[in-house]
Design a protein. Structure first.
Length: 642
């Protein structure tokens, strides 16, 4: 089967089974066997090339000539770097398939070696001292052999040249630093092409110039830190659609095939990006690259890729538009620091599609059907962790597993929202990608955990142990019995992979339906197996529903009425906060042991943490008047400070 039909099949499946195993990856990032072979002998098999740790790559300028009709590249890349220690030589990740004619340094040519590990080692005439800012230029040419990374195809009879580096492909067409520990602070593209073509790339368009030889020089620049795998370009006879997006507005730039620009349905979906941007800016915070742009550049793959400031798109469904847009916050602004933690990119982007579906695209009934489909996909097999245990070249498709990295990763984010509540969750997520040590940097799961703790006062270590590093999912048996105004519930669970997770501690969502149409909503803090709960319900109960809005991951759970349950087995801990409203002091009634607590502002900002001592007050005299939330024993209690 040709690549075109393979991608067309993938595109059709993406419409039919968005996020399902039948379509292994909605972004078409899974690498086929040809590409896997092209990575043989690379030094960077996982996350870090140790040879490149001794300098900081601060700026790269790409001066190359490209013709989309020819699978070839020629020109130079200039790299500015800052040494972290004394250096007598420097390494760049770079394929041996492209010829290097010379390496220039301060007007002289340097000696260099091409290594079978797909690196170039360059020797300096004298050692460079630590903390020195320096630069060199590598001149190279040739035909990149990896045509899944640097590829030329045809659209409507016109050649197209595009790139897609993720995960290990940047070094296949330019010398760089691929390790997930050093973002390039500034990147310039200076691309010379035949004059009839337009070049799309990251950043801001600085200029387009017709040269004396009749060719065109296109200059794009990004001033935001960028990881090498997000650097990209696409070249063909694009139609440029320049607009504005966001509030306040910034440039919305789309480089489209002529056939797309004249297609009303596709153009309507591209226009819909503005609505998605408004929603994401509301819930995620300001778009991270406002000083440059957001937009799309079309390419011939069947899905999309979240290239920084300008996603590469091969299809125009609203789901994938939302997914790639969400990546600008999660994947581009904060980038996974290990491919093992790719869920921090893809899970949050999948949650972005959840958010777009919920707020813009679906009725509540449709959204519940969508979530049910996601759960069915995730639980279609009993095993597999969200964390990727093996990122080796033979396991690249596992990095981009739609079931585990995308769907389960997205549902983990949904469960974080359920545990924290919408307001606190969204503020905590804004905090996460805005912290000075994380913004425009690399992150790992431990960074997210630390950020959530700082924002909410809640430690998610056990949660991540179960849902990120652990495998599988729970199945619950919920039993209930009503006696007068008391509702007794019992929750027990089994695990699909008990050797990996022996118990999932989760707050359980319960909806109680009355015989007269009444409803009550309960949250059961399920911390042990076969746990009993006693709740007060003022109406006769007709039925009890569990996971009624698919708040958590589970499979084949049951709810049954069981009049053999015994109230005597319940130890119910009741406590109350008073006075409320309060001026200077708060008291807790019913807690008989020291207990940790936290106080948050209504926007989720952590105000204070402490340890409640029975019989003593909690001082609040320093708080400004307003509404706050006291969190203690997994319960959130709202109070007003006069």
């Amino acid at each position: 089967m040709s690549k075109f039909y393979f991608l067309l099949l993938g595109l059709l499946l993406s419409h039919l089974f968005y996020g399902q195993e039948a379509h292994q990856n909605i972004e078409m990032k899974g690498l086929i066997e040809h590409e896997k072979k092209s990575f043989a002998n690379k030094m960077l098999v996982g996350n870090i090339n140790p040879n490149t740790l001794n300098y900081d790559l601060q700026y790269q300028r790409m001066d190359v000539s490209l013709d989309p009709a020819v699978q070839n590249i020629s020109g130079s890349v200039t790299s500015h770097f800052k040494t972290k220690q004394d250096l007598s030589s420097i390494y760049f990740d770079f394929t041996t398939a492209l010829a290097v004619s010379k390496v220039q340094y301060h007007g002289s040519n340097l000696t260099f070696q091409r290594l079978p590990t797909q690196e170039i080692k360059i020797d300096f005439p004298a050692s460079i001292t630590a903390n020195t800012l320096d630069s060199l230029t590598i001149n190279y040419s040739g035909s990149p052999v990896n045509n899944e990374v640097f590829f030329t195809e045809v659209q409507s009879g016109t050649p197209v040249l595009s790139t897609l580096n993720e995960p290990y492909g940047a070094q296949d067409w330019f010398p760089t630093k691929q390790s997930l520990n050093d973002k390039i602070e500034k990147f310039d593209f200076k691309i010379t092409t035949p004059a009839q073509y337009n070049v799309a790339a990251n950043g801001k368009l600085m200029s387009e110039t017709i040269l004396p030889n009749g060719k065109k020089l296109t200059f794009w620049r990004t001033m935001y830190p960028m990881t090498a795998y997000l650097a990209a370009l696409s070249i063909t006879n694009f139609v440029k659609k320049n607009d504005v997006i966001g509030n306040p507005p910034f440039p919305f730039v789309n480089y489209l095939y002529p056939s797309t620009s004249s297609n009303p349905a596709k153009m309507a979906n591209i226009e819909w990006t503005k609505q998605a941007m408004d929603v994401f800016e509301t819930y995620f915070g300001a778009y991270p690259f406002r000083n440059e742009k957001y937009g799309h550049m079309e390419f011939t793959w069947g899905g999309g890729m979240e290239h920084q400031t300008m996603s590469s798109m091969g299809s125009w469904g609203k789901g994938i538009i939302a997914h790639e847009l969400a990546h600008q916050w999660f994947g581009d602004k904060v980038t996974c620091g290990k491919w093992n933690d790719i869920w921090l990119n893809e899970g949050f982007a999948a949650f972005g599609a959840h958010l777009a579906n919920e707020k813009l695209l679906m009725t509540n009934t449709q959204f519940m059907t969508y979530l049910s489909g996601q759960i069915n996909d995730i639980t279609s097999m009993p095993d597999g962790s969200t964390y990727v245990p093996d990122t080796s070249l033979n396991n690249i498709n596992r990095i981009f597993s739609s079931r585990l990295t995308y769907a389960k990763g997205g549902y983990v984010v949904r469960m974080l929202k359920w545990i924290l509540g919408d307001d606190i969750f969204y503020q905590a997520i804004k905090d996460y990608h805005s912290r000075p040590n994380l913004a425009y940097n690399y992150v790992q799961t431990s960074d997210l955990n630390a950020s959530l703790l700082q924002s909410t006062g809640k430690d998610f270590t056990e949660f991540f142990k179960d849902w990120i590093y652990g495998e599988g999912y729970p199945t619950y048996k919920i039993k209930w019995k009503q006696t007068g105004s008391q509702l007794l519930l019992n929750a027990s669970q089994t695990q699909s992979m008990p050797s990996s997770v022996n118990f999932y501690e989760m707050p359980l969502p319960i909806k109680v339906n009355g015989t007269g149409g009444e409803t009550a909503y309960l949250v059961l803090n399920n911390t042990t197996n076969n746990q009993n709960f006693l709740e007060t319900i003022s109406f006769p109960v007709a039925s009890v529903q569990f996971n009624y809005e698919y708040q958590i991951l589970e499979k084949n759970s049951t709810v049954t009425q069981d009049n053999t349950l015994s109230v005597s087995s319940v130890k119910k801990e009741e406590f109350a906060l008073y006075p409320n409203p309060a001026k200077n002091e708060l008291y807790l009634k019913g807690l008989n042991k020291a207990t940790e607590f936290s106080i948050h502002a209504i926007d989720g900002k952590l105000i204070r943490q402490g340890n409640y001592q029975p019989g003593k007050s909690i001082g609040i005299s320093e708080l400004v008047p307003g509404t706050y939330i006291l969190t203690i024993k997994e319960k959130n209690i709202k109070f007003i400070k006069h």
